[in-house]
Design a protein around this ligand. Sequence first.
Ligand code: ZN
Length: 155
Amino acid sequence: MALRNIREKGDEVLRKKCKLVNKIDDRTLTLIEDMLETMYEADGVGLAAPQVGILRRICVIDVGEGPIVLINPEKIEESDEKVIAPEGCLSIPGICGEVERPERVVVKALDKDGKSYTIEGTGLLARALCHEIDHLDGVLFEDKVIRYIDLDSES
Ligand code: ZN
């Protein structure tokens, strides 16, 4: 495993649309391992492949309940109920803003063995799923911020 360099805002790769993964090979598995290691090292709750410069539909999430690997994730359901809460991004360090997200989502994806599964997330997990899937379409949370939060005033 190896740490990968996290691309930051301004890097064009973050604004591109990612391609579907057709085949899960050794390179894909190494990428997933590296993404998990990079996410944990950076203290993030999620990381999407374009954030390490790879334009494939892969993301990893851990909201404190263990690692979740999503290949070709697709949102198949979202609640009408929305929640506004603070959000940040490893590619936009030091910035935090309030974003509206569905309270609950259901996402369909492949796991690292290529098996299809669905995952239901509420609260923080729903937020992380939406945030990471947005990355795969070149969307950053700053596109959706309602109000920025001044982090300095809290220290
Ligand atoms: Zn992000």
